[in-house]
Design a protein around this ligand. Structure first.
Ligand SMILES: [Zn+2]
Length: 220
């Protein structure tokens, strides 16, 4: 805890004064443009990798960057998605997986999770990605995990489109969806293209989008 408290003291004495006008503005309002959904992994830091300031991104984090499909008993992720889309009016949603993901490694390698019943239950939301990944041949165990991370991003993009708030915003042409995979070692991001057949380096293809808004499609 000492490192955290020392960090807070540094924030209070250095980072906060530098942004005091911003925090004063944000004290009673927020208008984030993006809902960013990623893994809880300590090595993935959304605001660092996208260089966003406070107030600019609404963030959901959980093991495996999972979005359960909409159901009669929606949970915390569903409520957060609904609030971001229907109340805050975000125009973009990014679902961001990452290299060396422990959750996706467990799924890809069918690790025994008898001692982790909550994790095992949660990761069933990645089952459609798992069966697709299992049906393919992979050059190595590492390649299988990497493929699982990507298939999971595709599956969660499908899941999020079962949410009424997301479908309505898409219907109105107000929302685009993005699938990213962040590589921890290189700091690079691969983005899913619109036909969901490949991930491309975002640095070389900055316009890559998984599901464009209708307005975006019409303009393209
Ligand atoms: Zn992870």
């Amino acid at each position: 805890m000492k490192a955290l408290i020392d960090g807070f003291l540094k924030f209070q004495s250095e980072a906060f004064p530098q942004r005091s006008d911003l925090f004063k503005h944000l004290a009673t309002t927020q208008h984030p443009g993006t809902l960013f959904i990623t893994c809880s992994d300590s090595r993935v830091v959304p605001e660092l990798l996208t260089q966003q300031e406070p107030g600019e991104m609404f963030v959901v984090r959980n093991a495996g960057n999972i979005v359960p499909s909409y159901s009669p008993h929606p949970g915390g992720v569903s409520a957060t998605v609904e609030y971001a889309v229907a109340v805050l009016g975000v125009t973009d949603i990014v679902i961001c997986g990452h290299s060396d993901c422990g959750a996706m490694t467990a799924v890809a390698k069918c690790k025994c999770m008898d001692h982790l019943p909550a994790v095992a239950g949660w990761l069933q939301h990645a089952e459609s990605a798992k069966v697709i990944n299992e049906s393919r041949s992979h050059a190595s165990e590492a390649a299988k995990v990497s493929s699982m991370v990507r298939e999971n991003v595709i599956a969660q993009l499908a899941n999020i489109q079962t949410h009424p708030s997301v479908r309505l915003a898409q219907e109105k042409g107000l929302l685009s969806l993005h699938g990213w995979v962040y590589d921890i070692e290189t700091g690079s991001v691969d983005a899913l293209d619109a036909d969901h057949r490949s991930f491309k380096p975002l640095a070389k293809h900055p316009d890559t989008c998984a599901v464009q808004s209708r307005i975006g499609k019409a303009a393209a």
